[in-house]
Design a protein around this ligand. Structure first.
Ligand code: GAL
Length: 821
């Protein structure tokens, strides 16, 4: 955990550190809540009868349970996320906790949380993406009788442009502290000097004293290297005034620092102890990295080395799991992004979960942490603009306070496509205000924002308020911007926005707005009017080597925003139900189930150097014998040669042989783009197989082959990990493929597959990546889409085996097991 107490123990068990005993604890408070999915009059009262409410554990997203319905607005996923939801939890505090400071900490609740303890109103937090905590000591009973915490959430229709989820979807903690303790998110660790031989570590720690006496304490930090060795210790004495807080600022040096980098994400930790009268009263664990970041109009530099962002934008949901946080779901997502060649993530358009940032630290991904999608001028009827004046300062400062020890974070973004870009009078003022908050909380990182109305935000002085200007969808303007604003560094904060459906190919290749199938062809050319193929961004990035790189929209598909279906444009103030059941995005390089689309390989071919080769489309075109089929190859090899049923269709040279793309996009004039990033052939269809061989330095090093499949005959299963943790939250992802008798994927198969499981786990979600399906995500069946579907298993807290069986009428069934340890 970032910046949180070192030990997580069961409720009210005292813990010993050396010879001292302290009460400082974070108790995970996720288990055994009661839930009711409607308004419940009086539910805030301690005596309210919740006996019939549903029992569940957190994190929880009630909306992902469905059912899909057009009345819930396809733009935000067509799932029942709006309405009122109540959560209650009963617990007992023992007398030994009396006199301590007891707080309840929520890492995120969606949204507009109102909280009561034993009938007393404790507070409210509207923004669903930020964590918050309340001191509840004085409202608790410590006599062994029942305490109850009640939470009311009220997510609204038309509150966001995507699927927000609904519920207490991140973890909850009960924190029990001595009166003198490290504040929430209370350490701020920076590295003002970093060389190869030495790093100066600065640790600014906020110590709270909630007692009525001034307290003399010793604050001590002990630093540990990535392999756990103690490498430095520093301490000071401090007096913290009664009912107040004080900052301790201590420097020390670490010799021969092991730097945090994208290749070697070395992580140090600090254990802070607070000692009062020789007794340790608090212990606080922080994790950080030693690295330098720098930026200029020449680019972005990590540890002195220029790095270009091969970035993706990601929304916070995990497809069929909804918004509920599962560490493994984020890990799988980020690992896949890394394998695509991604080195940077933009958390569009809100602060992500703690787990997500911890994973970016561990995997070596650079992060742009983004605060808002909207300021005062609304994009949708019930958006964050309603809360901006009252909450923006706290929300953005809390984001930074929470996140500033993460070495992965290299930039704060104050907003995305903020409509104040068009406000000539006040736009820059709001930008300046938010920028100043960022600088106050963390002067070590640059600020940014994603601008989509070039040149408005430059003309109204808004872009000049941030350190680095992000440009959304304007690659052909990079050079003009550089000429006109030579002092303002830039990057593509949002790029491409091409859409596609995995395994779907429409012939001939032609531009269309929408298709009757509610799918989008995977030849990677179709997008909304502001979009353009990845190739065009690659081209302009190459033309402008000082542009810091790009964040393509998006790495993964996400729930909601089913462009090009459902709605007209990005600022439609309403429901996007015109093409129901189309209900989730087509923008991802990976589909909602986590299966790579062709576009994944186009990026991989451009962003990675380990030899790879990919071929499309499938080779099942019955009825089209003799007609020309465009065959595309995405590779980082020098050359590729295509064979149809063993006959060579010729070699193509990467960088020399071009593929013409029709680019009927608004802001790109030429209308045709000759792409050097794709190799292609037009070959008459004949059943059998296509094969492509990749050559490097004249030597064949990679090949891939696609066969015309026969009829669906069997199910094949594979799992991402054969062994998972028996911790009640780890996941195993099972890929289900419909194959012919020879093991070839049946690329058009839509067979209904039924699942059963046995053993120490549960089947918690199913999907197939079809953005226009209203089959439930929580079920024991799923139709295949383009031959595949997915089942997600969750471990229990028992060790053992989970046995999974998949059956489908007329097909040979299949079984697979997962061990939990
Ligand atoms: C951008 C916007 C994103 C998403 C994207 C789709 O304009 O910032 O949130 O809507 O368009 O192309």
């Amino acid at each position: 955990m970032k910046s949180t107490k070192l030990f997580v123990l069961t409720l009210l068990i005292s813990l010993s550190i050396g010879k001292f005993t302290t009460w400082a604890q974070d108790v995970n408070f996720n288990d055994s809540w009661k839930f009711y999915n409607a308004e419940a009059e009086g539910a805030e009262n301690a005596t309210f009868n919740d006996a019939n409410w549903r029992k569940l554990d957190l994190p929880h997203d009630w909306a992902i349970e469905g059912p899909f319905d057009v009345k819930y607005n396809a733009r935000s996923g067509g799932l029942p996320f709006h309405g009122t939801g109540w959560y209650r939890k009963h617990f007992v505090m023992q007398s030994s906790a009396k006199g301590k400071v007891v707080s309840i900490a929520f890492e995120g609740a969606m949204y507009d949380a109102h909280i009561w303890v034993n009938g007393n109103f404790i507070g409210n937090r509207p923004y669903g993406y930020i964590g918050f905590e309340f001191d509840i000591s004085k409202y608790l009973k410590y006599d062994g009788t029942d305490n109850v915490i009640a939470v009311r959430l009220r997510p609204q229709d038309l509150s966001t442009r995507w699927y927000p989820g609904a519920g207490i979807y991140r973890s909850v903690w009960l924190k029990i502290n001595e009166p003198v303790h490290v504040a929430n998110w209370g350490t701020y660790i920076t590295t003002p000097t970093v060389t190869n031989v030495k790093a100066v570590i600065q640790n600014e720690t906020t110590i709270e004293n909630k007692s009525v006496q001034n307290k003399k304490v010793v604050v001590k930090h002990e630093y540990f290297s990535p392999d756990g060795k103690s490498v430095a210790t520093i301490e000071e004495e401090l007096e913290v005034p009664a009912n107040s807080s004080k900052n301790s600022g201590l420097y020390c040096t670490i010799e021969n620092p092991e730097k945090w980098d994208t290749e070697t994400p070395n992580l140090y930790s600090a254990i802070t102890t607070i000692t009062e009268n020789g007794k340790v009263v608090d212990t606080y664990n922080s994790r950080f990295g030693i690295r330098t970041i720098a930026y200029s109009t020449k680019g972005f530099f990590l540890n002195g080395k220029k790095v270009r962002f091969n970035g993706v934008c990601l929304h916070h949901d995990n497809g069929a799991l909804g918004a509920a946080v599962y560490r493994r779901a984020d890990e799988r997502k980020l690992q896949m992004m890394k394998s695509m060649g991604v080195n940077a993530i933009r958390t569009s358009h809100n602060p992500p979960s703690r787990e997500f940032l911890e994973l970016c630290d561990e995997l070596g991904l650079l992060v742009q942490d983004e605060a808002f999608d909207v300021w005062k001028i609304p994009k949708v009827a019930n958006g964050y603009n309603l809360f901006f004046d009252e909450w923006a300062e706290r929300d953005i400062k809390d984001m930074i306070r929470r996140d500033r020890n993460h070495p992965s974070i290299v930039m704060w973004s104050i907003g995305n496509e903020i409509l104040e870009q068009g406000d000539k009078k006040n736009g820059w003022k709001v930008a300046k205000m938010l920028n100043d908050y960022c600088k106050e909380m963390d002067p070590t990182r640059p600020t940014s924002a994603g601008f989509n109305h070039y040149p408005d935000p430059y003309d109204n002085n808004m872009a000049q308020q941030v350190d680095i200007a992000g440009m959304n969808y304007k690659p052909s303007k990079y050079s003009e911007e550089i000429k006109n604003y030579p002092d303002l560094p830039i990057y593509g904060s949002e790029t491409s926005s091409v859409t596609s459906s995995r395994g779907v190919y429409h012939l001939p290749i032609e531009k269309y707005q929408t298709h009757e199938s509610l799918q989008v062809t995977s030849y990677d050319i179709i997008g909304p009017p502001w979009a353009y193929p990845p190739d065009i961004e690659f081209h302009f990035q190459e033309q402008n080597p000082n542009v810091m790189g790009e964040f393509m929209w998006t790495g993964f598909d996400y729930l909601g925003e089913p462009t090009p279906y459902g709605g007209k444009d990005n600022s439609t103030n309403g429901h996007w139900n015109a093409d129901w059941p189309s209900r989730s995005s087509y923008f991802g390089a990976v589909d909602l189930a986590g299966f790579p689309k062709d576009r994944f390989y186009l990026y991989q071919s451009h962003w990675t150097t380990k030899p790879m080769i990919h071929l499309l489309p499938h080779w099942n075109w019955k009825g089209m014998e003799g007609e020309n089929i465009p065959v595309y190859c995405y590779t980082n090899c020098d050359e590729a040669e295509l064979f149809v049923n063993g006959k060579s269709m010729g070699k193509k040279v990467k960088g020399k042989d071009l593929t013409e793309l029709k680019v009927d996009f608004l802001r790109y004039e030429p209308k045709k783009f000759q792409s050097k990033y794709r190799l292609s052939w037009n070959v008459p269809y004949e059943a059998g197989n296509i094969k492509v061989v990749g050559y490097k330095n004249g030597k064949a090093i990679q090949e891939v082959q696609i066969f015309t499949s026969g009829k669906p005959a069997k199910i094949s299963l594979s799992v991402d990990r054969k062994e998972i943790a028996a911790d009640g939250s780890d996941l195993a992802y099972i890929t289900i493929r419909i194959e012919d008798k020879d093991g070839n994927l049946c690329p058009n198969a839509t067979n209904l597959v039924n699942f059963s499981i046995d053993g120490v786990g549960s089947l918690i979600a199913v999907d197939n990546g079809n953005a226009a399906s209203v089959e439930p995500f929580q079920a024991n069946y799923r139709k295949a889409f383009s031959g595949m579907c997915l089942a997600v298993l969750k471990s229990s807290k028992k060790e053992g085996t989970i046995k999974f069986t998949a059956k489908s009428k007329g097909l040979k069934s299949s079984k697979i097991s997962v061990l939990t340890k």
